[in-house]
Design a binder for this molecule. Structure first.
Ligand SMILES: NC(=O)c1ccc[n+]([C@@H]2O[C@H](COP(=O)([O-])OP(=O)(O)OC[C@H]3O[C@@H](n4cnc5c(N)ncnc54)[C@H](OP(=O)(O)O)[C@@H]3O)[C@@H](O)[C@H]2O)c1
Length: 274
């Protein structure tokens, strides 16, 4: 059965750009009211005005740096004060870096773990019980195709997305007998600010990338059908398929080639050089 979204409330984290901003647009288009969070308040305000003009929907803005535990506490407390329940949580905020582990800043890596793992776990935990009690609602956790294999030079990021994938699949099965839906969205390269911020601005132009609009519309179709995983794009689906069926050593070696040159400034060794 299709979920009823009109006139209900969704929380979208990381709504100030990219995939999160697109979720806000597509959900408002379906008549949902939105709670938007991210650090860049001015972007959220602009978006809220646009959504009201286009769709007449309500928006509550709660700016927060989700790497800070107190900001997450405050976000949850503010949401609890609202009169209506949250029917859909989009755990989208996230970031990564393209660099070797030794050239990465430890605080940056730990913030990736905090935002991509801890906050996703916390928000899922906080809002699920009420959804289960009402037997209505769900969570879309934004993972990545990097969840299907280790990714050298994006090691912490890819591992964080594997966590999100496994968490979501497990909860999908736990909640199978309810009408509450859990979806792991696993996009491949997508045209957003992600790679600029990850220190690999040039990479996106060298690879095939989807638009946020394609990624979000496909994920909402999968959410409506109660599917556990959405991998937008046949190339990305094939990549995940090969990752599951080839040897782990082969997979990680092939994966190493993707970012080696970019991250180290040196040419990647071939298998014959080993
Ligand atoms: N683009 C890709 O190729 C790709 C592929 C697979 C998966 N993904 C995933 O898709 C999700 C969205 O990323 P995107 O591609 O749309 O990139 P993006 O345009 O950089 O958006 C990231 C969003 O996360 C928010 N965010 C980051 N750190 C935050 C923090 N500490 N506190 C609060 N909000 C924070 C940003 O807002 P502020 O900066 O305003 O705080 C922004 O709204 C991420 O989880 C990413 O891992 C992206």
């Amino acid at each position: 059965m299709k979920p009823q979204l009109t006139d209900k409330w969704a929380l979208v984290t990381g709504a100030s750009s990219g995939i999160g901003e697109e979720f806000a647009h597509q959900l408002a288009c379906k008549g949902m009211h939105l709670i938007l969070t991210a650090r860049r308040e001015s972007r959220l305000k602009e978006l809220a005005e646009k959504l009201f003009q286009l769709h007449g929907t309500k928006t509550v803005i709660i700016p927060a740096d989700l790497s800070q535990a107190e900001a997450v506490d405050n976000l949850i407390a503010e949401i609890r004060k609202l009169p209506d329940p949250v029917t859909l949580v989009i755990n989208n905020a996230g970031f990564g870096n393209v660099s070797s582990i030794t050239n990465s800043d430890l605080k940056h890596l730990l913030d990736i773990v905090e935002v991509n793992i801890s906050v996703v776990t916390r928000l899922t935990y906080e809002f699920l019980p009420d959804m289960i009690a009402r037997n209505d609602g769900g969570v879309i956790n934004v993972s990545s195709v990097t969840a299907f294999q280790p990714v050298p030079y994006m090691s912490v990021y890819a591992a964080s997305k594997a966590y999100v994938l496994h968490l979501s699949e497990a909860l999908w099965a736990e909640l199978y007998e309810t009408d509450v839906r859990i979806l792991a969205l696993c996009p491949g390269p997508t045209k957003t600010e992600f790679f600029d911020k990850a220190g690999a601005a040039s990479w996106l132009s060298k690879t095939f990338a989807h638009t946020s609009s394609e990624v979000v519309s496909k994920s909402l179709r999968y959410y409506e059908r109660s599917r556990p995983i959405c991998i937008p794009g046949i190339k990305n689906w094939l990549l995940s398929f090969v990752s599951k069926h080839a040897s782990r050593k082969r997979v990680v070696w092939e994966s190493r080639k993707v970012f080696h040159n970019l991250a180290t400034g040196t040419k990647s060794k071939t298998k014959a050089d080993e």
